[in-house]
Design a protein around this ligand. Structure first.
Ligand code: ADP
Ligand code: ZN
Ligand code: ZN
Length: 800
């Protein structure tokens, strides 16, 4: 095998294929599939992934690989195949798919270092020249890579990628005492009397002997400043070593170990088929449908335990927003240091460290957001997707993959079960369960038969008619007051952010719009500015209407800040914590606010989406939804489903423990089935009703969707290209499929680019994907020249 097949790091239609490169003799034993390599490409050297080896090629003037970028593959055989499958299914480039599977640190610039891990051996001493580590560059210069490769295979050395500007964080200074007791005594006597700290430190190490110790820890224990340690290093009393360590975002939290609970009869019935699938090593997809608090998580935990017992590994996906310490605690509490956690609030370095723990098989369970589905385990025994209906499981940029599909693909490969859990399964998943494509498991009751919270729906039009102009209905207000008196807690949910969503002139109806995007701008109280949430454009707040000069220009809608102000006026005794995008941008703030609420430092938790999930505090007995219909009017066929899910989700926060809960839902459309049925917590009827709507509209799950969006600075060009594409696609599909458009997108302009789209609804269209690929190849090769951008989203979440 002297030729490597390489996918190069140039995401374009023309380069989305395998290129052949010769393997220089000296790399012959190193170059393997899954390795990253540097290859010449035109005038440059770029990164590529080796996907295969072969011994012959028809290419004349074959170029050679410059050098390997790894010594051990970063993608194994399974993941290499998976990446190519994702590229096919999502119509994206293979290189984008590979990058999506790896932690960001692998894309970033990095320093590469080879570190020795084995015992002192002559050869190693020679290679490392007595040092603990050498840089890759140096090893390359000294032509050591082939020799080092052997040592890595033998477990005596390893390659570390150090993200450049974050490397220091990962090193800790350790010291080792390098002097006999006598020498220490001598030193103690000879030290000048004013060297108080040095004396104290010497005394300390005489009384507390140790092998090696973290220098800052030592300084703390001996109550001396860091400089004192440095002074003793200079005097030769200490030998210092820089030690690489994992950045562990959870190191300061201790997790109490929990034991499996005896399962209830319902749980027993539900877990049985999962256990069967585990023990027979058989792939099956389960849909675990159970209201919040019905004990799904305990089932996950016990299924994972069984998997670990069989020596295999587990992946648990939870929505990004639900990755609260509470959720993590349940897994760390059961499986301790066997658990790695992956989410986007970790620094790039932390993410990379967690990924490395997985690759080195130092952990057996991964709990993480969407991309954790690519955890490089080789012996997967189960994949669990909690809250499977969450839209964040679909990536909104290329590759536009859905974690559910990837999980099932991996489950097939590893012959292991996939569990989709939800109180409100997506219509797609529930329909598949009805057709026995998935195996339906139900937990119909809450734990201990605890009742579901009682829900009242308040018609806000009625309130208005009765003269209540406040944002709180009489009932919600009274109940909040009652809870504060009783020392119980309430959660207020608002599905918006910012102070007011928009400003409007009351005389002429003018609404301030972003000049670059066809969308109204949002007022931000803290900066007293108008902001476009699509392109970031900012401007001041007009004092008079730009259209008619009226001064009756007012803020409309309500945001969390405004609710907070209103609460301060009406319920001054209430202690309020506000949680939204603005108060949780800083790292760790999310956790801190929740901790404060849990420890009783506030009566009311006020927030957006992010408080809807995973909250499980015993003292919450009231949940208020300030306006249930904000989502109902979005131009999206899933609007009702999303409203139903959110309301069910939010209501589930109340009364999960001894105290019973109440929910107050305020709405301007009290009769809508999604609101009525969410209040009744009746998923079954909602499913039936919503399915009939989808059938009439020819929407999923009756049809698949492909959304083609064309953008261009020139409106006419965008229109004409969308027309051309539509005509081409129409000629490639059967009359079973429905093509809608071309039409302007529901946000017709973003960032000064016009947006046109067409939508295809289809069932089985063997010619569709090849045709879509042709469209991409055609326009994305020309696009750079003519300024077009064409994107294709299969199974889009977002129709805008
Ligand atoms: P879900 O994941 O469906 O929301 P959980 O697994 O969080 O439900 O269970 C709700 C509560 O019931 C939790 O506090 C959990 O510890 C408890 N619980 C779950 N299973 C059992 C059981 N078999 N026996 C006793 N308590 C249980
Ligand atoms: Zn006006
Ligand atoms: Zn804008």
């Amino acid at each position: 095998m002297t030729i490597a097949q390489v996918i190069v790091d140039v995401p374009s239609a023309g380069t989305d294929k395998v290129f052949d490169y010769a393997i220089p003799d000296k790399w012959a034993n190193i170059i393997r599939p899954g390795l990253r390599v540097a290859v010449p490409f035109g005038p440059r050297a770029i990164q590529g992934f080796v996907v295969g080896l072969k011994s012959r090629t028809d290419i004349k003037n074959l170029k050679s690989i410059r050098r390997p970028l790894d010594l051990t593959p970063v993608l194994n055989e399974e993941l290499l195949q998976l990446g190519q499958w994702i590229a096919e299914e999502t119509l994206s480039y293979k290189i984008s798919a590979f990058h999506a599977m790896l932690p960001a640190a692998m894309k970033a610039k990095y320093d590469k270092i080879i570190r020795r891990t084995g015992e002192a051996q002559l050869l190693l001493d020679e290679l490392f020249e007595g040092k603990q580590e050498i840089t890759w560059k140096e090893a390359e210069k000294r032509n050591l890579l082939p020799a080092l490769h052997k040592e890595i295979e033998n477990g005596n050395a390893e390659v570390i990628y150090r993200v450049k500007n974050r490397a220091r964080k990962k090193l800790i200074r350790t010291v080792q005492v390098n002097a006999e007791q006598e020498k220490l005594e001598d030193l103690l006597e000879t030290l000048p009397s004013h060297a108080v700290n040095q004396k104290r430190l010497v005394q300390y190490i005489m009384q507390h002997p140790f092998e090696t110790m973290d220098a800052s820890q030592l300084a703390k224990s001996a109550s001396v400043p860091q400089e004192t340690i440095k002074a003793l290093i200079k005097k030769g009393i200490f030998k210092e070593h820089m030690l690489e360590t994992y950045r562990d975002p959870y190191e300061h939290r201790s997790f109490e170990r929990t034991a499996p609970l005896p399962l209830t009869a319902d749980q027993q019935t539900a877990i049985e088929p999962i256990m069967q699938s585990i023990s027979h090593h058989r792939h099956e997809t389960f849909l675990l449908h159970g209201v919040t608090g019905s004990g799904k998580t305990e089932i996950y935990l016990q299924a994972i335990q069984e998997v670990l017992k069989k020596g295999r590994e587990a992946v648990v996906l939870v929505p990004e927003i639900a990755l609260t310490p509470q959720m993590v605690e349940r897994f760390k509490g059961r499986f301790g240091s066997d658990v790695a956690v992956l989410h986007s609030r970790l620094s790039i370095g932390e993410q990379y460290d967690e990924w490395r723990k997985i690759q080195r098989k130092e952990v057996k369970v991964v709990v993480g957001a969407r991309s954790a589905v690519f955890a490089p385990f080789e012996n997967l025994g189960i994949i669990i997707i909690d809250e499977e209906h969450e839209t964040s499981y679909k990536q909104e940029e290329a590759p536009r993959y859905h974690a559910r599909n990837v999980a099932i693909k991996r489950g097939e490969y590893h012959h292991c079960p996939v569990i989709l859990g939800s109180a409100t399964p997506s219509l797609e998943s529930f329909a598949r369960a009805q057709k026995s494509v998935y195996h339906l498991l139900s937990l119909p009751k809450r734990m201990n038969n605890r009742g579901l919270p009682s829900v009242s729906i308040i018609d806000m039009r009625e309130e208005m008619r009765n003269g209540n102009r406040s944002m709180f209905s009489i009932e919600l207000f009274e109940k909040m007051k009652d809870r504060i008196e009783k020392g119980e807690q309430a959660v207020l949910f608002l599905n918006r952010r910012g102070h007011s969503t928009f400003i409007m002139c009351r005389d002429c109806g003018y609404v301030m719009q972003c000049p670059h995007c066809d969308i109204s701008m949002t007022y931000h109280r803290s900066s007293n500015e108008m902001k476009c949430h699509y392109c970031g454009f900012q401007s001041g707040v007009p004092a008079v209407c730009p259209e008619c000069d009226s001064s009756h220009i007012r803020y409309f809608g309500m945001g969390t800040q405004k609710v907070e102000e209103e609460l301060a006026k009406l319920l001054p005794e209430a202690r309020v914590i506000r949680m939204d995008v603005d108060t949780t941008t800083r790292k760790g703030s999310h956790e801190r606010l929740l901790d404060q609420f849990q420890s009783g430092k506030a009566d009311i938790l006020l927030g957006t989406q992010m408080i809807a999930k995973g909250l499980d505090f015993p003292n919450i007995t009231l949940v208020g939804v300030l306006s249930a219909d904000t989502m109902l009017h979005l131009p999206d066929f899933r609007a009702a489903e999303k409203t139903f899910q959110l309301l069910t989700q939010v209501s589930g926060r109340a009364g999960r423990h001894e105290l019973s809960g109440e929910v107050v839902v305020q709405t301007y459309t009290p009769g809508h089935y999604s609101i009525q049925l969410a209040a009744a917590q009746d998923y079954g009827r909602f499913y039936v009703q919503e399915m009939s709507m989808r059938k009439v509209g020819s929407y999923p799950p009756f049809y698949y969707l492909a959304l083609i969006t064309v953008t261009h600075e020139d409106l006419m060009k965008a229109v004409s290209v969308t027309e051309k594409i539509s005509a081409f696609l129409q000629s490639n599909i059967s009359d079973q499929a429905i093509l809608l458009g071309p039409v302007a997108s529901s946000i017709p302009k973003i960032n000064d680019r016009y947006r046109y789209q067409c939508l295809i609804k289809y069932k089985r269209e063997p010619n569709l994907f090849p045709a879509l690929r042709k469209v991409l190849e055609h326009y994305n090769t020309q696009s750079s020249r003519e300024g077009f951008s064409v994107t294709i989203d299969i199974e889009p979440n977002n129709m805008m």
